[in-house]
Design a protein around this ligand. Structure first.
Ligand code: BG6
Length: 470
């Protein structure tokens, strides 16, 4: 079953600064929220960075990016998604002047990509708020963050305007509902955080995102700025109308972010939610006008779908990607309990396109698995990751189906195209890459890179523009 992908389709891979760069305190970088979270999203925080925090060294991309970009180019990447670590540019977030060495690093990285004809796709904020903004201001709860963010985006847009054409504002902006610290830099304990503060923080992020679109268009008329949501479609667990409505409700919890970013106004259904939860969004004069700066495209991550039900007895929670829901009896799960659902990708592509009629970009998809390094018949170290090939192949076939359904898809970047530290559990043994990195959770390893079997497979997918998918 071969599928036709459009000409110019942006094939590539994705990473985030905090999960791969390392060099957490080099060349003037300030600490970020990640540097005191050695156990990942749901784990406890430490007072200072501690040695067991795998992200402090990551995969040493900060020093080895040239070797890595060369490997991406060997696979034929058209695009490479990474993020800028805000605290490399503004170490405390509220500094007056940017850190030149931080700016230089991304100049070099983007130049290296362009050298091979790889288009950088850059996330402005990917779970790495400067720690000082989190501790001193409570992150996005404080309206001042909009000003600090504006400074940051003006700086990076002006600096990289000739090197970066595709930008994303906040990674998985809806994840703040579940992980206020990592996603929104909110230092207040999740349990103590009021809904009022949470939704006010979200409002600040939405205004800041729209402001970034506005400034982006002013500084770089040819650039495209997109939003990025964590995409988990919710299926009703049963045909019980109450389950159907529950699924709609859960979808809206996520989609309201994109609704604002694409349509430029709050959706009506949020009025009822705010009213029944006693939330009053404080809008400053001008906020509504700023929100009208809508995004050029919609990007999202997709790993799994979920089920919704109102029946407390059936709520047998499945573990999952930040948002955990009810297990689907028709699906199997990964080693980390994430339910594998390739058709769900076709479903969400159609859902988002029907809703927005904007170009869509799948900027994360992939399988986190334990890999075994072996020696092949030529004496090279490799990983025979047929499971990863199958996962990606099956999802890409569904992208092809969605394209045939009429959905406009700009591109596809697999998550963790090179092994990196996981976000939820901060482990390295949860590997996503086409490239194996020799580093283990106990800190051992040479940091050498090895091509997995999927490396050549993806190279073929790109070279054939998806025609070799089966
Ligand atoms: C997404 C994040 O939620 O999922 C990434 O944007 C993350 O940062 C990815 O790494 C996969 O999650 P995990 O926990 O397996 O790393």
């Amino acid at each position: 079953m071969s599928k036709t992908f459009p000409k110019g389709f942006l094939w590539g891979g994705a990473v985030a600064a905090n999960q791969c760069e390392g060099g957490y305190n080099e060349d003037g970088k300030g600490l970020s929220t990640q540097d005191i979270a050695p156990k990942g999203i749901f784990g406890p925080l430490t007072k200072e960075p501690t040695k067991d925090n795998m992200k402090l060294i990551g995969i040493d991309f900060y020093h080895r990016y040239k070797e890595d970009v060369k490997l991406f180019s060997e696979m034929g990447f058209k695009t490479f998604r990474t993020s800028i670590a805000w605290s490399r540019i503004f170490p405390n977030g509220d500094d007056k002047a940017p850190n030149e060495k931080g700016l230089q690093f991304y100049d070099d990285l983007f130049d290296e990509c362009r050298k091979y004809g790889i288009e950088p796709l850059v996330t402005i904020s990917h779970y790495e708020t400067p720690l000082a903004l989190s501790k001193n201001y409570d992150g996005w709860v404080n309206r001042k963050l909009i000003g600090f963010f504006e400074n940051y985006v003006r700086t990076i847009f002006a600096r990289y305007k000739d090197k970066v054409k595709y930008w994303l504002t906040f990674n998985e902006i809806n994840s703040v509902l579940h992980q206020p610290y990592m996603s929104g830099g909110i230092f207040t304990d999740k349990e103590k955080l009021t809904k009022q503060d949470l939704y006010q923080a979200i409002h600040h992020e939405l205004v800041a995102s729209a402001l970034a679109v506005k400034i982006g268009h002013e500084i770089m008329p040819k650039a495209q700025v997109g939003c990025m949501i964590l995409g988990v479609p919710n299926y009703p667990l049963t045909p019980n109308p109450s389950d159907v409505l529950e699924a709609m409700k859960q979808d809206r919890e996520n989609l309201y972010f994109a609704d604002v970013q694409v349509r430029g106004v709050y959706p009506k259904y949020m009025d009822r939610y705010f009213k029944s939860n006693n939330v009053k969004i404080h809008m400053e004069p001008g906020d509504e006008a700023i929100l009208k700066n809508t995004v050029d495209f919609v990007s999202f991550s997709y790993y799994m779908s979920s089920c919704a039900t109102v029946d407390p007895e059936k709520k047998q929670a499945s573990t999952g990607n930040i948002i955990s829901g009810v297990a689907n009896p028709y699906l199997q799960a990964s080693e980390w309990g994430w339910q594998i659902d390739p058709q769900g990708l076709r479903y969400i592509l159609n859902l988002l396109y029907d809703r927005y009629q904007k170009p869509l970009f799948i900027v994360e998809n992939g399988l986190g698995a334990v890999d075994k390094l072996v020696v092949d018949e030529n004496g090279n170290k490799t990983v025979i990751d047929d499971y990863r090939i199958k996962y990606l192949n099956d999802h890409l076939l569904q992208v092809g189906e969605a394209i045939e359904d009429g959905v406009e898809v700009m591109g596809y970047t697999t998550w963790g195209c090179i092994d990196l530290v996981s976000a939820s559990t901060a482990e390295l043994r949860k590997r996503y890459g086409f490239i194996y990195v020799d580093r283990n959770d106990d800190g051992t390893g040479t940091l050498n890179r090895y091509k997995k079997k999927s490396f050549n497979w993806y190279k073929e997918v790109i070279a054939s523009n998806g025609k070799n998918l089966i």
